[in-house]
Design a protein around this ligand. Sequence first.
Ligand code: CDV
Length: 311
Amino acid sequence: MARIVTVAAAQLGPIQKAEGRQSVVARMISLMEQARAQGATFIVYPELALTTFFPRWYHEDRAEADPWFEAEMPGPATQPLFDKAVELGMAMSFGYAELTPDGHHFNTSILVDKTGRIVGKYRKVHLPGHVELDPGRSHQHLEKRYFEPGDLGFPVWRFEGGLVGMAICNDRRWPETYRVMGLQGVEMVVLGFNTPSVNSQRGDERIEDRLFHHRLSCQAGAYQNATWVVAVAKAGTEDGHHCMGGTLIVDPNGRIVGEIDHEEDGLLVHACDLDETRFGKDTIFDFKRHRRIEHYGLITERVGVGEPLGQ
Ligand code: CDV
């Protein structure tokens, strides 16, 4: 038996600061058409897919960053993307900066079904970076200035015949992200990322190290929860700042089944059998039989490291 979801990981190359949403949406539509021609029925785009990765830019008055945000979804710029998805019968997920009607700011991703209906929303929980301008860094990463931590948890939705959840970029490095979804039976985690190829606080870290940590995190999350993981980059050099590629799909055994080897707009299409998650979920990671929650209390009692519990 097989439950196939043919997914397209739709990597975006760089988006310059001056590039408008219309132009980006045209690129996304072109990728969607190519993905459909390759048999995909679900397309996944990166984090903050509609603009440059603006948290690298400091605005003393944070309200000046509001033009990077979407007050409506779909809005005038994104409606053509929704229309094309409906025309092609394509489900999709993408990230954007969300400004709510009551003035809250989130780094958000949505799940959109084939009829163009937004059926799921996720707001990034693990926000990296800092609040204030930090001249000691090689570049700024001001997500903590511009966004509030997500307030929706890590829900999983019945979607495309399976159980699908979302994460965003830094979330992929945290085992809790996958486990909370694993406890809802997740079969596919889709996530987008913008990962600078240099560590702003550590000059000796190589891009290979950054890619290694990315693969390690996605592969561990997939294996330990017996789920597919689809991780999609926005890559290349945006206004002099380089972000790594590494768009990839991981199977429920933790194996990378495909990875994009360039930093431009491009597709990775894979027929994911959701039933491949069954073996891991029913054996070594059968949570109901094997988890020992009486020993896991610290995970929710402590945020940071505290005193050792032993002698
Ligand atoms: N957009 C991100 O969340 N980027 C982080 C960087 C700052 C390390 C990441 O985890 O890839």
